[in-house]
Design a protein around this ligand. Sequence first.
Ligand code: DON
Length: 580
Amino acid sequence: MIRRSVFLVLLACLSFFSCKTSQKNQQALPGINPYRYSSTKKVIAENGAVVSAHPLASKVGIEILKQGGNAIDAAIATQLALAVVYPNAGNLGGGGFMVARLSNGQLIALDYREKAPAAAHRDMYIDPDGTARTDKSQDGHLSSGVPGTIAGLFASHKYGKLPFEKLIQPAIELAEKGFSISEREARSLNSLQDDLKKLNTVMPVFVKENPIAIGWKAGDTLVQTDLANTLKRIKEKGQAGFYEGETAKLIVEEMKRGQGIIRHEDLKNYQAKFRDPHSFSYKGYQIVGMPMPSSGGLLLNQMMTMIEDRNIGSMGFHSVQAVQLMTEVERRAFADRAEYMGDADFYKVPVAMLAGKAYLQERMKNYDPAKATPSTEIKPGVLSAAESTETTHLSVIDKDGNAVAVTTTLNNSYGSRTVVGGAGFFLNDEMDDFSIKPGVPNMYGAVGGEANAIQPGKRMLSSMTPTIVLKDDKPFIVVGTPGGTTIPTQIFQTLVNILEFNMSTGDAVYKPKFHHQWLPDEVVIEKGFSITVKEAMQKMGYTFSKERSGIGRTEIIKVLPDGKFEAVADNRGEDAAEGY
Ligand code: DON
């Protein structure tokens, strides 16, 4: 009798657990198990490839391609999935840029960067005594610009093939049913707890009451019901499901509770903008990048043009000569960024002159291969007329030759760290990318002035550099990375590694990076960077900052000579490459 009841209890337990497990094993999408997944760093594929910061998001993108979507569809679905599974940077409450080359040869640059709200003004972060309040431009309600992501996704969708409802469904399921978090994600959420409690008016789902003792741990399921409901409103009502109605109401209420300034009119008026891509040639390749309000395309152009006739390929990868030359061109380009670059809708950026060959040759006149040029001697060029950090990049390509590079961000990790109460998503802290006071560095140490001063409706200057390289007019490389001001210099290095040092795609991404941005006058290096090179450059007068443990998370696709796609995900994070 006792034996029988023990057996029955056991049976009941077993069926309870198997029921829990089968519930867990329910798949958000065919072929994807959000509770059990791993990341692949490199794939060779024939029909399409997606590389992003999260394995589940890359898988979602590939499923969309398999279901007949094109690279634009896959990029949209991947971004929406990232908004759920990678809340550090994937977002509904941020903004981004898309550079694409369509199968018919058309080049596209789409700007869905955040904007300053109507009530913003130039001195909004300066106290009466002149103190610049970076705490306010970097954290909490006042640090947020008007989000652009959803407008961007809908604008890009005109080039997609599948209905938007299909692209958003995986994100809804991931938010509603949850997904298993990794150890790294658990650590990241645990380290966020104090900020979350301080900066939120309604405690979001990411808050655990006692993170030290209990906390998040690897394997926990993160269910985001409020976010799922927001996504459902977008699915049902389109762009208006975010910028109007219930979601807009929740955003404005959140703003009012936290002394933020985004209002209904700001949301309703937000529009993504198609712009002419910033395109230039380098030794027969066409490099297509983002124009203002991102400095990325122009900086990359300046740096590549300044090295173009200096035969860097013969100097060798990470030779003192090559690193010194690249450092000096980075310094000069960033001096121009500080003075001349900002939202071209508000400030006349002299792009053609800054990118001119003669101008750039003139910039290199005082270049000395034997010693450092101090930044005090490098002023922004004289014209003939008067980035912890988290952003995220995804690269996608399909069998028809559509190639998409998207970099999107909340600014630093989890943005303002304020979650819209009841709507479940983080808001950005992108206002800090403006020059909040002339000469006061932003969180990436970048300085600026008039060109990037705050004005209502203006977009803050970015460094994001989603890039497509064309060879014989066909996509050759699709690349991008997070990393604040290190973004353009990282892309510069990755491209030089491939185009000049003939490095494998993996090495081009994984080898240690370095960075110079004019001010502060120091070379930033990544862990593993050659000590010999460092010491040789110190003798030439260079100052090095403290080593960084990781610079960026590059996601790249290269088209191989046989037409196959080589997709490589950065090994600095849990980034994943998928293909089929
Ligand atoms: O737009 C920009 O330049 C910055 N908001 C990007 C921030 C970033 O890359 C942080 N990630 N590492």
